[in-house]
Design a protein around this ligand. Sequence first.
Ligand code: NAD
Ligand code: DAU
Length: 349
Amino acid sequence: MRIWVTGGAGFIGNHLVRHLVRNYPQDHIIVVDALTYAGNLANLSDVAEAPNYTFYKADIADATAMEALWQTHPPDAILHLAAESHVDRSILSPRHFVHTNVLGTITLLELARGLWKDRSDVVFYQVSTDEVYGSLSDEGFFEEGTPYDPRSPYSASKAAADHFVRAYGHTYGLPYLISNCGNNYGPYQFPEKLIPLTILNLMQRKPIPIYGRGENVRDWIYVEDHVRAIDRLLRAGRRGHTYLIGAENPRRNIDVVSRLCQLYDEITGSQDSLSLITFVTDRPGHDYRYAIKPSPHLLELGWRPQVSFDEGLRQTIRWYLDNPDWIAAVQTGEYRHYYEMQYGSRLRG
Ligand code: NAD
Ligand code: DAU
């Protein structure tokens, strides 16, 4: 099978690509990625020489470039991960999110429709987020069938893309799958997201910014568990179906960051990391709580999360401690500029 992975040089993408390249030598894994600030070829360096792996740099919204690539290696499956993925950046600059998440997705759908006429043995797999379902109160879960209610520019753009995927399935018969997952964490995550940002600030003994009172809840999953679920669904998921992926691990932000501080002190022998926690002005429109009931059919297929939260956090902390070069390469001028825009006045009070 020839599997295209869009956004393969990003956080989840690089774990997925490594998993596919190593476990399916008979498949050809082809990555297309624009290498934005969030994409990093170094993330894929340990598969770079694999005979069943190829990389192309391109913007998925560039129909001419994508058509030329797909004529050269026609896909049997498209795992679509390329996206602008950070909620805070979507609040600063929504347009970029429409370009990649909406126009980029439609560009791929149009090309797939033309390329896959009369083929039913193919699949367009849209990797999406639980944020499309909006915000929960203290009770309840997102389940299959929960109505979409996106509330940030990021989640609105992902919801639009999901709806287009379903519309192509319904209108043109395009075989598709969608999965909506909660908050991923693990090695190689860009340090704009809560967990890697906290770890880097712990390493650099800088204040750890927590929005509001830290009472918002996110449902966390180790990235490799998400990757195993995607693989399972690619091979055995029902076409035309939307799956929820979650490890049933909802936690308050303050509890996540406090646990990270404790584990960091245990691992490194540092002291009093909890004192770095700093409450700052809240994210505008901050969704209160996410919690996922994983799809029954995914569980019937035998998928279960394998990495406990403490073990995942430990592995993640150790990975950042062991990879100072990776950190130095991503903490560029662009990152410092973003950090100042996002946190400068918040932290100065
Ligand atoms: P990421 O930001 O780490 O990586 C995104 C990748 O897409 C980068 O490599 C970037 O270079 C690439 N990209 C961006 N714009 C592009 C374009 N126009 N053309 C080609 N490539 C482009 O994101 P991630 O956290 O790995 O998320 C991957 C996917 O999973 C996204 O679709 C996201 O919405 C979804 N998702 C993420 C999470 C999470 O917690 N991170 C949870 C659920 C779903
Ligand atoms: O739920 C899935 C989504 O999870 C994915 O679709 C997104 O791509 C991914 O970015 C993530 O979105 P969140 O907004 O939940 O992730 P983030 O790491 O930015 O924030 C997690 C929580 O921590 C959220 O409630 C906001 C809070 N937070 C975040 C940052 C960066 C802080 O309190 N301080 C911070 O500095």
